[in-house]
Design a protein around this ligand. Structure first.
Ligand code: MEV
Length: 317
């Protein structure tokens, strides 16, 4: 059996994180400049699944790890979806340059890439819809109550306008959008941030629901601006969204500093992205200023910066 390889990109959320978990709209885009790759190879004459993670220097057999481990639970979801009794011996090798626990979709990229590679290794040709369904189940096992936006944007690899439990809608930006992802270097777990927001909502329901409503309205208003290529107005909405995430107590000084420094250096807008409490700031910038803004953000304390451009799709949607 030939080795099968599948890659999945990172993602960033331009509008609507957290509120999306409660049914409000959100907008996310894939980041093709970072990706996670899974290679699956047959292991003839063996009877176990061998996992190798080249970045984390992990190398073990599946029965050596606990059931809740991401590899075990992902393979269990895949096995159940395919309705097969057991998975054959294989070597699964993973490598990635998506920073872990940083709001750029590392866990959803894992879910999508392992689903694609293992199902295809087993001879199944699944639709993107089915792959997304498997990836969402894997995400649920890791994060509890994810909205599904991360696996969806990564699975379809197109900008999405996303509403939980609704058919996915794609957005086609009419102008390229140059983004800088400035990594605070602080890792944060989505499950914990979602739980923190849930607890805040339990204590202050009206306040939090009002913030969610305003975040949802921003995402709704942003969609036509992205389709029209109105970068200045998109930027203003990103800043408003950041302010609301701050009110949800998801920002940190370093994230606010990176947002402020981006704005002072000529970004159209900037905000924290993903679950918050660390991770990345995403700034929408004029392409000719991206090098300068990147330099300033590194001086302000960003651990690293990635520049990525969301291009209009050639054939439309
Ligand atoms: C995490 O990338 C985005 C959150 O809204 C969680 C989710 O949508 O599942 C914080």
């Amino acid at each position: 059996m030939p080795a099968i390889s599948a890659s999945a990109p990172g993602k960033t959320i331009l509008f609507g994180e957290h509120a999306v978990v409660y049914g409000f709209p959100a907008i996310a885009v894939p980041l093709p400049d970072i990706s996670l790759t899974v290679i699956v190879q047959a292991l003839p004459n063996q009877n176990s699944i061998h996992i190798v993670n080249t970045d984390l220097k992990e190398d073990f057999l599946i029965e050596e790890i606990e059931k809740q481990n991401p590899y075990n639970s992902a393979l269990e979801v895949i096995r159940k979806f395919l309705k097969i009794d057991h998975l054959p011996a294989m070597r699964i090798t993973l490598s990635s340059n998506i920073p872990l626990a940083s709001g750029l979709g590392s866990s959803a990229a894992f879910a999508v890439a392992i689903s694609k590679s293992v199902t295809s290794f087993l001879g199944f040709r699944l639709s993107l819809e089915d792959l997304n369904c498997i990836a969402y189940e894997i995400e649920k096992r890791q994060h509890g109550t994810p909205s599904g936006i991360d696996n969806t944007v990564i699975c379809y690899q197109k900008p999405v306008f996303f509403l939980k439990d609704q058919p996915v809608e794609f957005i086609n930006p009419s102008k390229p959008m140059t983004l800088i992802l400035a990594n605070s270097g602080i890792q944060s777990l989505t499950r914990e941030a979602v739980e923190q927001v849930r607890e805040k909502r339990d204590r202050e329901r009206d306040l939090v629901d009002d913030i969610f409503y305003r975040i949802g309205s921003i995402a709704n208003n942003a969609r036509p601006l992205i389709e029209d290529g109105d970068l200045e107005s998109i930027g203003k909405l990103m800043l408003e969204n950041h302010q609301l995430l701050k009110e949800l107590e998801l920002s940190l000084d370093i994230l606010d500093d990176l947002v402020e420094a981006s704005m002072k250096t000529g970004a159209y807008g900037a905000k924290l992205c993903g679950s918050g409490n660390g991770g990345n700031v995403v700034a929408l910038v004029p392409p000719e200023k991206s090098d300068m803004i990147k330099e300033v953000l590194i001086k302000k304390g960003a651990y690293s910066c990635l520049v990525s451009t969301v291009a209009p799709s050639k054939g439309g949607m």
